[in-house]
Design a protein around this ligand. Structure first.
Ligand SMILES: Cc1cc2nc3c(=O)[nH]c(=O)nc-3n(C[C@H](O)[C@H](O)[C@H](O)COP(=O)(O)OP(=O)(O)OC[C@H]3O[C@@H](n4cnc5c(N)ncnc54)[C@H](O)[C@@H]3O)c2cc1C
Length: 407
């Protein structure tokens, strides 16, 4: 559907989230004109725990300045992650470099996008993009009216259910498994889970993604499930388990929310980066690591998308070629970060899992490894387990891994 031409700019960025803010910041710093189109009214809500990995924390401070109190939840910081298992004792790991930010996404994303220097048009929904080889036309809707934007490049930073991805790869959505995550907010009667940590359960009976953490005086209990699954039943199972196993006593949920997620492409290296003059970045491209941390890689991949547009212009090279070269480091980091093979032999993430493991007695270490193994078998049914292990093994060998480092 085509509308009146609203604007002609250097770059249109779709979505006003963290990937978009990082991309827009790079573009405006280089003197390019960028317009950000966001379908919601800003500041907008985003379903997210808001625990920013240390690398993302540093990125925000270095690029956008000190974080104001208003963009943080209570507790304002997170010290690390606690992992829980069906048989092994729980372990906690502090993030490298100290506590990191607990972002309130509604305000944090708005703060970052405002500081990017780009013009932001909210309430503007992109419905498609068409690349004629020299210019991209972005079809959008605003207040029920169709309008078009034209740009030399478009950066799709529009999250998991991306219209930009659908325009460029119409079949992609059908080719990956889709999951839902849902979380409920509870008033607390008593909760022994440390509020300074993000809690995650490696428990195959609870599902592939089960978490809990404190926020603004309440406790969040969250579950991931396959599309078509029953959120209430999955949540009730987890709440009962937390009560029975950990003594977590919560009042009935005061609120709940959920969203569909493209969880998985990063585990098996199935990213989508765009075609022609259209780049895809952030979670839209598949940047969401195995622990469902997506903010840090959204910021970094978004910045790389912006830099690629600038570099391609300077070097006179096709933007896709430049983007794929430059984004390779981020792909690798995101794919490796929580890969069990990489964790077993190296230290790809930002908390020391092996140091925590060493503090357990040997029988407990064995229990823990068995628990992790039975949890990972959940992924086997998507055909991912073998691929994850093979890819990590290949990269270890390619990089000349020295087994003496394990000792
Ligand atoms: C329950 C849950 C908990 C999470 N917890 C964490 C966590 O603790 N730490 C972490 O690092 N990550 C977490 N994540 C993941 C993280 O939220 C995402 O990976 C991250 O927000 C992705 O950022 P993004 O910039 O790529 O896109 P998004 O944050 O998804 O933003 C996309 C933007 O594009 C806009 N948009 C979409 N379609 C259109 C359109 N057609 N036109 C215009 N605008 C459009 C959206 O409104 C949105 O503003 C969590 C996710 C969930 C669901």
């Amino acid at each position: 559907m085509s509308g009146a031409l609203a604007r002609e700019v250097d770059v249109v960025v779709v979505g006003a989230s963290l990937a978009a803010a990082a991309a827009a910041k790079r573009l405006t710093d280089a003197g390019l004109e960028a317009v950000v189109l966001e379908r919601k009214k800003l500041p907008r809500h985003k379903v997210c725990s808001g625990i920013l990995a240390p690398r993302g924390h540093r990125f925000l401070i270095e690029n956008f300045g000190p974080l104001p109190r208003e963009i943080l939840h209570e507790p304002t910081a997170c010290r690390g992650v606690s992992f829980h298992f069906p048989r092994a004792p729980s372990i906690s790991m502090d993030f490298d470099g100290g506590p990191t930010a607990h972002l309130h996404r509604r305000y944090a994303d708005h703060w970052a996008i405002q500081r990017s220097g780009a013009e932001v048009l909210d309430g503007t929904t992109v419905v498609g993009v068409v690349d004629d080889g020299s210019r991209v036309t972005v079809n959008a809707q605003r207040d029920g009216e169709a309008l078009d934007f034209r740009a030399r490049h478009v950066i799709g930073a529009d999250g998991p259910v991306s219209v930009v991805v659908r325009s460029v790869y119409p079949e992609y959505r059908k080719s990956i498994p889709w999951f839902w995550v849902g979380q409920k907010f509870h008033e607390i009667e008593s909760c022994p889970l440390d509020p300074e940590y993000f809690h995650f359960w490696f428990h195959p009976d609870l599902g592939h993604y089960t978490w809990s953490h404190a926020r603004d005086g309440r406790q969040i209990v969250g579950v991931g499930f396959e599309q078509g699954g029953n959120f209430d039943a999955a949540h009730a199972r987890v709440a009962a388990y937390l009560d029975e196993r950990h003594g977590v006593r919560l009042r009935p949920a005061a609120a709940s929310e959920g969203s569909p997620e493209n969880f998985g492409p990063s585990l098996v290296n199935r990213y989508v980066f765009g075609r022609g003059n259209v780049l895809v970045t952030g979670q839209a491209a598949g940047f969401l690591n195995m622990m469902a941390e997506g903010m840090s890689c959204a910021l970094h991949s978004g910045a790389i998308a912006g830099e690629s547009v600038i570099e391609a212009g300077l070097r006179g090279r096709p933007v896709q070629e430049v983007y794929r070269l430059m984004v390779a480091s981020e792909v690798r980091r995101c794919t490796d970060q929580w890969n069990p093979i990489k964790i077993a032999f190296e230290r790809p993430h930002e908390a020391d899992f092996r140091a925590s493991l060493r503090q357990l007695r040997t029988p407990d270490q064995m229990r823990l490894l068995l628990d992790v193994w039975s949890f990972l078998r959940l992924y086997g049914r998507f055909g991912w387990g073998g691929q994850m292990l093979a890819q990590a093994g290949y990269r270890l060998l390619r990089d000349g891994y020295d087994p003496r480092r394990w000792l």
